[in-house]
Design a protein around this ligand. Structure first.
Ligand code: PMP
Length: 393
């Protein structure tokens, strides 16, 4: 049986990690994998996470199963953090295995409700979106998103393309900090997207994996909140991997806003059913860390402060890189780096130029020229800026 399997194409980002590890050059720079690193290159355990784990260790009396939907305290605390005003009579939610699990369950839910569902995704998007949909056999089409000339959003193209989504189709949107481009919608543009979806009856699925990494915890959720306030049905797939730094704990949440309480109950039942079919009870340790932090004033304040430090560090690096490239290039064509938000920016370099950066300067980034800003520090920014100019980008 097993010999009938075909080899799977290796994940490009994971391959890049291996290549980076094998590179023996001093001073090599990893701008590949999407993990926050501090200026020392460490992905730290956040202070509040350590404190919460300590508290859980001291007080937890059982590790018996939670409910299929996960811990209610976690679900309500995270829903409040994301939506601020939670329409409880319309909200169904389940804890999931990371943000990826939430996306997968959202797509499964959409297909359960509408077997003919099509998914509209941004071009480009996080490659795993495409990979999961291909694996599920879900039909999808890409909508224009990135303007290669300005490195901003091609909003006219986006609007024209998402208007093609029909009632019952899904339009997958990045809540903030678009991966891989770093280019994001303004609040006015979110409102226009809401108008289009309201007219067509297509349902937004918002992937919110970087809340707090862009313009701040509340600012990063504004688009999601606007959509949630305006539309009758909304799916939200949230991840705590980045903003709590608990990547390996696999902590996510799928929320479904329904038109009314009866539909909410149906969604809640189906979401619990999907958890049951796929992995039964969702993981709890990360969820408990999150609810411990969010429901304790002091821990929450400390966590929010550390998250702000992380965000500020990335913004500082963006400004430094844009300024140095302005000086070296004698033009403002790299200013988009300072305007982008989140961990990533798409440089707009060719695959050959990306290869040159690797060969000549030991700088690793994903082939589509996505660079992880958090892979830099004050000392490596000038090295990258010089290498970008030398590679003719
Ligand atoms: N969505 C996007 C856009 C992401 O970049 C990621 C993580 N790379 C996720 C979802 C999922 O994150 P996780 O499953 O690790 O929580």
């Amino acid at each position: 049986m097993l010999s009938n399997l075909t080899a799977q194409a290796p994940d490009k980002i994971l391959m890049l990690i291996e290549e980076f590890k094998a590179d023996t050059r001093q001073g090599k720079i990893d701008l590949g994998v999407g993990v926050y690193k501090d200026p020392q290159g460490v992905t730290p355990v956040m202070r509040a996470v350590k404190a919460a784990e300590h508290r859980i260790w001291e007080t937890q009396t059982t590790k018996a199963y939670t409910g299929l939907a996960g811990d209610p305290d976690y679900r309500s605390a995270l829903a409040s953090m994301i939506l601020s005003e939670v329409p409880a009579d319309r909200l169904a939610s389940v804890a999931t295995v990371g943000g990826t699990g939430a996306i997968r369950q959202a797509l499964e839910l959409a297909r359960l409700a509408n077997p003919d569902v099509r998914v509209f995704v941004s071009d480009p998007t996080w490659p795993n979106h495409l990979s999961i949909m291909k694996f599920m056999g879900l039909p999808f089409t890409e909508y224009r998103y990135f303007d290669a000339a300005t490195r901003g959003v091609d909003f006219e193209g986006m609007k024209a393309d998402i208007a093609q989504a029909a009632k019952g189709d899904i339009v997958l949107l990045h809540g903030c900090c678009h991966n891989p481009t770093g280019a994001n919608l303004t609040l006015e543009q979110w409102a226009e997207v809401a108008d289009i979806l309201q007219t067509s009856g297509a349902i937004p699925l918002i992937d919110l994996a970087y809340q707090g990494f862009g313009d701040g915890l509340d600012a990063d959720a504004e688009g999601t909140r606007l959509i949630a306030a305006r539309l009758p049905e909304v799916l939200i797939a949230a991840s705590c991997s980045k903003n709590f730094g608990i990547y390996r704990e696999r902590t996510g949440l799928l929320m479904a806003l329904a038109e009314n309480t009866a539909a909410r109950d149906l969604a809640q039942g189906s979401m619990a059913y999907l958890n049951r079919q796929n992995y039964s009870f969702p993981p709890d340790h990360g969820a408990r860390i999150v609810s411990t932090i969010l429901t304790d004033e002091a821990l929450r304040a400390d966590w929010a402060a550390e998250l702000e430090e992380v965000r500020g560090t990335m913004l500082g690096l963006r400004d430094q890189l844009a300024t140095q490239l302005r000086d070296l290039s004698g033009s403002d064509r790299f200013d988009f780096i300072a305007h982008h938000r989140g961990m990533f920016s798409r440089l707009g370099a060719t695959p050959e130029q990306v290869a040159t950066l690797k060969t000549d300067a030991a700088i690793y980034m994903v082939g589509d020229s996505r660079l992880n800003i958090a892979g830099l520090n004050r000392d490596t920014v000038p090295i990258l800026a010089r290498a970008i100019i030398d590679a003719g980008i």
